[in-house]
Design a protein around this ligand. Structure first.
Ligand SMILES: Cc1cc2nc3c(=O)[nH]c(=O)nc-3n(C[C@H](O)[C@H](O)[C@H](O)COP(=O)(O)OP(=O)(O)OC[C@H]3O[C@@H](n4cnc5c(N)ncnc54)[C@H](O)[C@@H]3O)c2cc1C
Length: 375
């Protein structure tokens, strides 16, 4: 937390409002993250990272969210999540090649897994890599490639064995580090509701040649490699939701204490203050769930159900808190300057990413309650 204590001063709500309105990557924020090695928060110190814990990353993300950073922190999360996969499954050469540059922010890495026909049913991806000598030829299409104009690399999941030829759908997927300057890549930008600090595209891969030294983990076992980061990914997004909920509650409470209507501050009405207190209770509960899930991960314990609970609950809480905060501010809440409408558009994404609310619940029903698998 200490590492980001002064960030709200350096990057106030107006900064994020401006970046969002301009549709620009937050370069100044990213430079500062790199300078302080926050982009390598989870990367071990021997690879130039901070070697810190997921719990502390979540605390930092909650703090930034609380100050209106919204989904502007995305590159911080994606570099750390990609790093986790590399740390856990990459060989020494890949670790040495990528981790220090991910930690310093020189490299910006995202995750390219989802395809047009394979979102929740992610194991049905069809993009393929075919081996030719010591190279792979990659073809296919990936949806939602974030920061396509600014990222340097993607952690790319493709099939090296078609789904028809594997005994389990989770087999036959291989992870590659894809340099976005490769020949054969084209991007078509997608217009979005929010998260305007980064641009998102459909990426088409036509005969893209990648050396086999760019394989992360074992060939055909990419899903296993990726799953190491799935739970922490859900947990950091829960932290982002919790922080944004606090931002909304604080903004609404501060406004309600000052705004006078019918001769008294609107915050004197229980119709205003009780729902805000209820959101506050929920946000604190969501924070506890999130931090507990992160602690379990840090201790090397199973945290899959907790990660889904935290992601589901925090996303519900933030959506309610931000929508209500907009209402408390009346017409003013509809204006851009408070940052609430921006954060409202941002957090809508958390209902479907990185796992949808429905699939998070279906997972909890199966693994947490022992009900039959429904998906
Ligand atoms: C801005 C943005 C950024 C993204 N970034 C990335 C990224 O960096 N990398 C990446 O790989 N992907 C990314 N995604 C993709 C995201 O992870 C998917 O959108 C998400 O996993 C859901 O997949 P889908 O959109 O195909 O929905 P679908 O799987 O088509 O689902 C549609 C709806 O049906 C529901 N549904 C499906 N099956 C069931 C069931 N059995 N029971 C109940 N309900 C069900 C879902 O919950 C959902 O509400 C991003 C998406 C967006 C919008």
């Amino acid at each position: 937390m200490e590492a980001v204590q002064d960030f709200p001063k350096l990057f106030p709500v107006e900064y994020w409002n401006k970046k969002s309105a301009e549709g620009r990557f937050p370069e100044e924020f990213w430079r500062e993250c790199g300078r302080r090695r926050l982009s390598g928060f989870l990367i071990p110190k021997n690879y130039d990272g901070l070697g810190n814990s997921l719990e502390n990353l979540c605390q930092a993300v909650v703090y930034l969210g609380m100050h209106g950073f919204g989904t502007g922190v995305y590159p911080l999360l994606s570099n750390n999540m990609s790093s986790l996969v590399i740390i856990n499954s990459g060989n020494e050469e890949i670790c040495r090649l990528f981790l220090p540059k991910l930690a310093s922010g020189e490299y910006v890495m995202g995750l390219a897994v989802t395809e047009k026909e394979s979102g929740s049913d992610v194991l049905s991806i069809k993009s393929s890599a075919v081996k030719r000598g010591d190279k792979y030829i990659i073809n296919g299409e990936k949806m939602y490639v974030n920061n396509f104009d600014r990222a340097t690399h993607m952690l790319l999941a493709v099939r090296t064995t078609p789904v028809e030829n594997v005994s389990k759908k989770s087999e036959g997927i291989t992870l590659f580090i894809l340099d976005l300057k490769q020949k054969g890549l084209t991007f078509k930008e997608l217009e979005k509701m929010g998260t305007d600090y980064y641009r998102t595209a459909v990426m088409t891969m036509r005969d893209v040649v990648v050396g086999d030294e760019m394989v992360v983990g074992e060939v055909g076992r990419g899903w296993k490699a990726l799953t190491y980061a799935l739970n922490p990914d859900r947990i950091v997004y829960a932290a982002l939701a919790v922080g944004s909920a606090f931002f909304a509650i604080r903004t609404a409470a501060s406004y309600a204490s000052q705004r006078t209507v019918f001769g008294k501050p609107i915050g004197m009405n229980q119709g205003i203050q009780l729902p805000l207190a209820a959101h506050y209770a929920e946000a604190e509960a969501a924070k506890l769930l999130t931090i507990e899930a992160a602690r379990k991960f840090d201790r090397g314990e199973r945290c899959d159900v907790e990660a889904c609970l935290a992601k589901y609950f925090s996303s519900e809480v933030v959506f309610k808190a931000v929508s209500h905060a907009v209402q408390v501010l009346g017409g003013y809440g509809y204006l851009k300057e408070t940052g609430l409408e921006r954060v409202l558009r941002d957090v809508y994404l958390l209902k479907s990413g990185p796992i949808t609310q429905e699939l998070a619940l279906a997972y909890v029903a199966e693994k947490g309650l022992g009900l039959p698998r429904s998906y």
